[in-house]
Design a protein. Structure first.
Length: 187
């Protein structure tokens, strides 16, 4: 799909702020894809659609999670986790994107998963470091992403988990499993 068409479709789903975030993720994902030899076109499309479901009503998202047999433990965890798998589903059914690599990059962009593909890592890290992000620690992750995508992913997972723990919030098991798998694989 052409970039212009994809952006038109996603803009309708998002607030202006979230659309600007999406443009930042797109630019950053393309840069990372070039740097780490990942398919740029797939990175562009996955980035454009990664937050497609962000503003769907919670009732619609939980219904899709149930109907589509998505991991049921998502229902008891933070609702922020839902838009990723629901987005993968809606991008397939409403937008007609069927590329499994792109859909997986959308599906796992919030929780992460063990054995992430390079495209999944690019989207996850781009989402965290795009120029519109301003939280503590983001500069370090931006710097590390210039030479080591795995370490940048570990840092973003660590920061996210620490942020949740400091707020007395649960950590979705898949996020911790992603962190553990990445650290165990570090060379
Ligand atoms: O949709 P975005 O805001 O662009 O970013 P995202 O899809 O990565 O969502 C991140 C939010 O999800 C972040 O504010 C933390 C929250 N969250 C809640 N529980 C978890 C979680 N993120 C992860 N990775 N794991 C959790 O268990
Ligand atoms: Fe998201
Ligand atoms: Fe993220
Ligand atoms: Fe995002």
């Amino acid at each position: 799909m052409e970039r212009k068409k994809a952006l038109e479709l996603v803009e309708k789903q998002l607030t202006e702020h979230r659309y600007q975030h999406t443009l930042g993720v797109m630019e950053t994902a393309i840069e990372l894809a070039q740097r780490y030899n990942v398919d740029e076109k797939k990175a562009e499309i996955a980035a454009i659609f990664h937050d497609y479901a962000k503003f769907r009503p919670k009732e619609e998202m939980s219904q899709i999670l149930l109907d589509q047999n998505m991991p049921s433990d998502l229902l008891v965890h933070n609702t922020e986790l839902w838009h990723a798998p629901v987005g993968a589903y809606l991008v397939q059914t409403e937008v007609g994107i069927h590329d499994e690599e792109i859909l997986d990059a959308i599906r796992y962009h919030t929780s992460g998963r063990q054995d992430m593909t390079m495209l999944e890592k690019v989207i996850f890290v781009a989402d965290y470091i795009e120029p519109g992000r301003h939280f503590p620690g983001v500069e370090e992750v931006r710097a590390v992403a210039k030479h080591d995508l795995d370490r940048a992913l570990i840092l973003s997972l660590r920061n996210t988990m620490m942020f949740l723990i400091k707020k007395n919030q649960p950590v979705y098991p898949e996020t911790l499993l992603t962190y553990n798998a990445m650290v165990l694989n570090l060379k």
